[in-house]
Design a protein around this ligand. Structure first.
Ligand SMILES: Nc1nc2c(c(=O)[nH]1)N[C@H]1C(S)=C(S)[C@@H](COP(=O)(O)OP(=O)(O)OC[C@H]3O[C@@H](n4cnc5c(=O)[nH]c(N)nc54)[C@H](O)[C@@H]3O)O[C@H]1N2
Ligand SMILES: Nc1nc2c(c(=O)[nH]1)N[C@H]1C(S)=C(S)[C@@H](COP(=O)(O)OP(=O)(O)OC[C@H]3O[C@@H](n4cnc5c(=O)[nH]c(N)nc54)[C@H](O)[C@@H]3O)O[C@H]1N2
Ligand code: SF4
Ligand SMILES: [Mo]
Length: 683
């Protein structure tokens, strides 16, 4: 059978955005997927779940035609009947229109996230929203807190090129688990270890697969990294490892910072973090004496009420040591704003009305349940149109989310590839194409490439792309915006040209553009992207009425727990699922086993639970049962449940986000998944 290699880009919500080479069989099916060798960040490597993407692409449960729910909500496929695209689109258009007519346009909430990271297929929903004055969405669930923390000091969402890690002598993975969540980073770290004997330090509350391969694992309590970072800086100042010349030139207030840190010594941080004082001191000395030190800030330690501050505090380290100035030195969080892309056409910024209300995506539970602090003076949400996300599982405080989705007066349309637990709540379900079946362009969190992926397969069944569906609805709703008359490729072409980045034809041929800036700019030696050109030790948080101070610190606003809730839950990502994507493929399910709590061996003993037995975890929001597993390398108070399992994988049908809070982290919102105190009992 004829086999050829097609080029693509991984669309999933993963910093790596790998350049892919896809085996194509008969032009209809795919075989194995490999990482492109020629793209120097991907460097020929992809994760196991995407290597076997054929399992997901050709999964027997892919949605192939539009469906109308005729049975109970939440049951899934048996509760739906097949309908035509015409019927489905007519009904959705009718229901959105009637909600807007009766309750105002803000009663419609187009709700999305990053199931695909393709700019056209992901963000086109904003053009639809703005053209119809539907409620806006604040994208807080993943990056809200981390963005605020990074920007407070550095100013702009770009960092030191991961390819420079080859030149580093010390790599610190801080609150991230790249072995599971961003495998390509490990390629570059391993090169530095092999070639230069670089050290790898992992800072994570539990022994992740990344901690297992590290030279050194520091396991603080969740939500205490601000204290650790301050103590490290305290030592740098005390022991002559602070680069005063660098700070005088490139930072705003080094004297103020030094005075502020005077009282924040390792003994103070040891009390807060639960680490030993000597450990903190030794790490500070290692960091302070290594100029080519590269901090890879993950998202994990930003998912706390004090998360923006935690990330900010860590970005201050290379500004005290001066590591930013050295090749292989500095820090990295995300590069999503590296390319100055003109997003006007994709997102319909020309028709955005800033007066339209903004709803917080992480608070979808409270929003749907009518919380006045979310709705403001606007109407209740009466219609949801969902693409690219699975809030019935991924959003915090599931109890409220589920109650909201069960409302009989709420119209729900879900455009999906699978009958997710969110789709099962919909009135109309529309089948979506995968990245192999539509065109798009991609920036990346972790690297410096802008990439394209052209469709390499025909759409499965009757599946249509996000762009096609939005265009058909827009026509039915009388929207005249030109974006809805163009193809995805025409939008890509316009966007590239308007951004001075060539055109679609050229990018299709070249596959990627390397946007690495010159060394001086990349390392902020021509100034930090702040109004005064300096790194800010004094954060201007850009919002009022929040509890974050200006200087880096431990801010004690976390859910610390109490006598009734002595444990701290970390519901971290698993290796074989990507959020909830892949939690439907047989090999991922087989590798992950079942929902499991990792507990300190002494805690198991104290609870009288044997390895593999059931344990109930709960707090004021509810409780659920998982199986226990003894895990060394974490503090006694820490409980880890890797996910994201479907709700139905739990005995009582509700998943881990039953326990997490929908409280918005300061300064401007953000989900606080890893900031949850709980109790444990034998089940
Ligand atoms: N296989 C796989 N890959 C993924 C994903 C997935 O679910 N599975 N998800 C994708 C997405 S959407 C994202 S945003 C990224 C996320 O990838 P990461 O940047 O790795 O961030 P998190 O997944 O939130 O958490 C990572 C680690 O942070 C730790 N952590 C939690 N709280 C704290 C804390 O207070 N301090 C410290 N030091 N560590 C803490 C957790 O224990 C966890 O090991 O990965 C992407 N890639
Ligand atoms: N407990 C806990 N909860 C978490 C996290 C955690 O660490 N712990 N992580 C949080 C984070 S970081 C994130 S980013 C969120 C992510 O949560 P989600 O954004 O909901 O991510 P997924 O679960 O992968 O859902 C994406 C959905 O998009 C669909 N999809 C993919 N491509 C397309 C397309 O082209 N068109 C359409 N219409 N659909 C498509 C997929 O089939 C999938 O069902 O979860 C958050 N929730
Ligand atoms: S590592 Fe991330 S970007 Fe690369 S193939 Fe896997 S999911 Fe996709
Ligand atoms: Mo995320």
């Amino acid at each position: 059978m004829p086999l050829d290699i097609a080029y693509s880009t991984c669309p999933h919500d993963c910093p790596s955005a790998c350049a892919l080479e896809v085996e194509r069989i008969d032009g209809e099916r795919i075989g194995r997927i490999r990482g492109a060798r020629g793209q120097s960040y991907t460097a020929g490597v992809v994760c196991a779940k995407v290597a076997r993407y054929a399992e997901r692409q050709h999964h027997p449960a892919r949605l192939s035609h539009p469906l109308r729910r005729v049975g109970e909500k939440g049951v899934g496929t048996p509760a739906f009947e097949r309908i035509s695209w015409e019927e489905a689109l007519d009904e959705v258009a009718h229901r959105l229109k009637s909600a807007a007519e009766h309750y105002g346009s803000e009663s419609v909430w187009p709700y999305y996230y990053s199931g695909t990271m393709g700019l056209v297929q992901r963000d086109g929903i904003n053009r639809f929203r703005h053209a119809l004055r539907y409620s806006r969405e604040s994208l807080t669930i993943c990056t809200g807190l981390a963005d605020a923390g990074w920007r407070a000091g550095v100013g702009h969402k770009r960092g030191i090129d991961g390819r420079e890690i080859e030149q580093s002598d010390l790599v610190v993975c801080w609150g991230g688990n790249p072995v599971s969540t961003e495998v390509n980073l490990v390629t570059h770290i391993e090169r530095a270890r092999r070639r230069r004997g670089a050290k790898l330090v992992v800072i994570d509350p539990y022994r992740t697969p990344t901690a297992e391969i590290a030279d050194w694992h520091l396991a603080p309590l969740p939500g205490t990294d601000g204290a650790l970072a301050c103590a490290v800086m305290h030592v740098l100042f005390k022991e002559g490892c602070a680069d005063r010349e660098y700070m005088a030139r490139y930072t705003d207030d080094p004297q103020g910072l030094e005075a502020h840190l005077e009282s924040r010594d390792p003994a103070w941080a040891a009390r807060i973090t639960g680490l030993a004082e000597e450990e903190i001191l030794a790490f500070a000395r290692l960091y302070g004496r290594t100029k080519k030190s590269y901090i890879r800030a993950g998202y994990g330690f930003s998912r706390s009420r004090n998360g923006a501050m935690q990330l900010f505090a860590v970005t201050c380290l290379p500004s005290v040591s001066g590591a930013w100035a050295h090749e292989g030195g500095g820090a990295m969080y995300s590069n999503h704003h590296l390319f100055p892309l003109d997003r006007t056409l994709i997102e319909g910024l020309d028709v955005l009305d800033p007066k339209v209300r903004i709803l917080d995506q992480s608070r979808i539970g409270p929003v749907l349940c009518g919380d006045p602090s979310d709705l403001g003076s606007g109407p209740p949400v009466k219609a949801l149109f969902i693409q690219n996300t699975n809030p019935m599982v991924v959003a915090p405080d599931s109890r409220l989310v589920h109650r909201g989705f069960r409302r009989e007066d709420l119209f729900i349309c879900v455009h999906e590839q699978f009958m997710t637990e969110t789709a099962a709540m919909a009135d109309i379900v529309l089948p979506a194409t995968t990245f192999l079946e539509h065109d798009d362009i991609y920036t990346a969190g972790a690297h410096h490439f802008l990439q394209i992926a052209r469709a390499v397969l025909p759409p499965f069944g009757e599946a249509r792309s996000n762009h096609e569906v939005l265009s058909s609805l827009a026509r039915r709703l009388g929207v005249s915006h030109r974006g809805f008359t163009m193809s995805a490729l025409e939008i890509i072409d316009w966007t590239l040209r308007a951004s001075g980045l060539g055109d679609a034809e050229r990018l299709s041929q070249e596959r990627w553009i390397d946007g690495r800036p010159p060394f001086e700019t990349a390392h902020f030696l021509d100034g930090f992207p702040q109004p005064d050109g300096k790194f800010h030790f004094r954060a201007r948080w850009g919002a009022t009425g929040h509890p974050l101070p200006a200087f880096p610190d431990h801010v004690d606003i976390i859910d610390r727990g109490d006598a009734e809730h002595p444990f701290r839950l970390v519901p971290a990502p698993s290796r074989s699922f990507l959020n909830t994507t892949f939690n439907e493929t047989p090999s991922s399910l087989a590798r992950e086993g079942r929902p499991t709590a990792r507990l300190h061996p002494e805690v198991l003993r104290e609870l009288g639970i044997a390895e593999g037995e059931r344990v109930r975890i709960g707090n004021r929001r509810g409780s659920l049962v998982v199986h226990a597993r003894a895990a060394a390398g974490q503090q006694k108070r820490v409980v880890v449940v890797e996910g994201l399992w479907p709700n139905h994988a739990f005995e009582e049908g509700v998943g881990i986000n039953l326990l997490t809070s929908a409280e918005a982290g300061p300064p401007k919102g953000g989900a606080v998944f890893h900031d949850t105190s709980v109790w444990l009992r034998p089940a």
